[in-house]
Design a protein around this ligand. Structure first.
Ligand code: MN
Length: 269
């Protein structure tokens, strides 16, 4: 069964992800594709192509690039159910714990006769018609990586260009929101501690997102029961005061940063 690995990895009593027990709806014409931006232990983008009743899936750590000179690593992962393709939300714990954003979606067509043969061969040419990603692309399997390592490359066409599409168009095509908006829709409190990533860049990203989501949630709750105007103004004023107040005891990291910037500026001079 193509979805065995998908189901084995997840506990659907604890995860809001679709269990994939609904059969794929047969559709005429072009098949579905999506890219889900997934902040888990590491940020990555999951490219999914509907084929043979499932979503063939690749995790692209740096996200798709529309610059044809840029090759993006794409690790093939387990097939996902077709109804996963519109999922956006929070996986509170377990496999893939984190936030899933529907970053792009649309339809795709193979630019080869036989998709299964192309996958076996490790050279799958595709045409995407998404909101953000369009035109001709290729997935090429590389040596190593246990046969799961591929490269995603944009072909030169009218949809190619030098901009960083992940940076240029970072938000959801489903809700228009960012990760904090999506988390604020749920319960940001789950990650006050014990986040899916603690240290490094991802840990910092999580910390910022949780903080923003908590603020958004408070703000939204406040909108439902309108608070008195001055209270809000006071909060902002005290925040500004806190910011401008010189720190009595700078932390060592602050001191290091200050020293580094002094060093840098003296170099520039
Ligand atoms: Mn993922």
């Amino acid at each position: 069964m193509p979805l065995d690995e998908y189901r084995r990895k997840r506990d659907f009593t604890r995860s809001p992800e679709p269990a994939g027990d609904r059969p794929a709806t047969p559709r005429g014409g072009a098949a579905f594709f999506c890219v889900q931006k997934h902040l888990a232990s590491h940020l990555h983008y999951d490219l999914r192509l509907e084929h043979g009743g499932v979503l063939l899936s690749w995790a692209v750590p740096k996200g798709p690039a529309i610059d044809p000179t840029v090759k993006r690593l794409a690790m093939q992962v387990e097939d996902h159910p077709v109804d996963y393709g519109t999922f956006e939300g929070v996986i509170p714990e377990g496999y893939g714990a984190g936030i899933v954003m529907l970053w792009d979606s649309g339809t795709w067509e193979p630019e080869v006769e036989d998709v299964d043969a192309a996958i076996r061969k490790g050279d799958l040419k595709i045409r995407l018609n998404g909101v953000k990603l369009k035109g001709s692309w290729v997935l090429v399997r590389t040596k190593g990586g246990g046969g799961r390592s591929w490269l995603l490359i944009k072909h030169r066409d009218e949809w190619a260009g030098p901009i960083d599409i992940a940076e240029f168009a970072p938000l959801s095509v489903k809700s228009g929101g960012d990760f904090a908006d999506i988390l604020a829709e749920g319960n940001p409190d789950i990650w006050r501690s014990n986040r899916p990533a603690q240290g490094g860049d991802t840990g910092q990203m999580f910390a910022r997102i949780v903080e923003r989501a908590l603020a958004l949630k408070t703000e939204r709750a406040g909108r439902e029961v309108p608070p008195a105007g001055p209270a809000r103004a006071r909060t902002r004023a005290s925040r500004t005061a806190a910011k401008s107040k010189p720190a009595a005891k700078p932390t060592s990291s602050k001191r290091t940063r200050a020293a580094a910037s002094r060093k840098a500026s003296s170099k520039r001079r």
